[in-house]
Design a protein around this ligand. Structure first.
Ligand SMILES: [Zn+2]
Length: 60
């Protein structure tokens, strides 16, 4: 089961976040967003995301 990084909201299948390196992952997340073009995405700006990929909208 995928987990989401509590720091940057990146969805990851490993034990640490591939983007920020944080090990603070949570399986309690909701909302799924695929960001293809961060520079044009309002969701990316909202989440403060600079890399393309899969993100959770809410992470608890
Ligand atoms: Zn992260």
């Amino acid at each position: 089961m995928s987990q989401a990084c509590t720091e940057c909201h990146r969805i990851t299948s490993g034990t640490t976040c591939a983007v920020c390196g944080s090990s603070a992952l949570s399986s309690d997340w909701s909302g799924y967003a695929v960001i293809v073009d961060p520079s044009r995405s309002n969701i990316a700006k909202k989440l403060n995301v600079n890399l393309r990929g899969e993100y959770a909208l809410k992470v608890r």
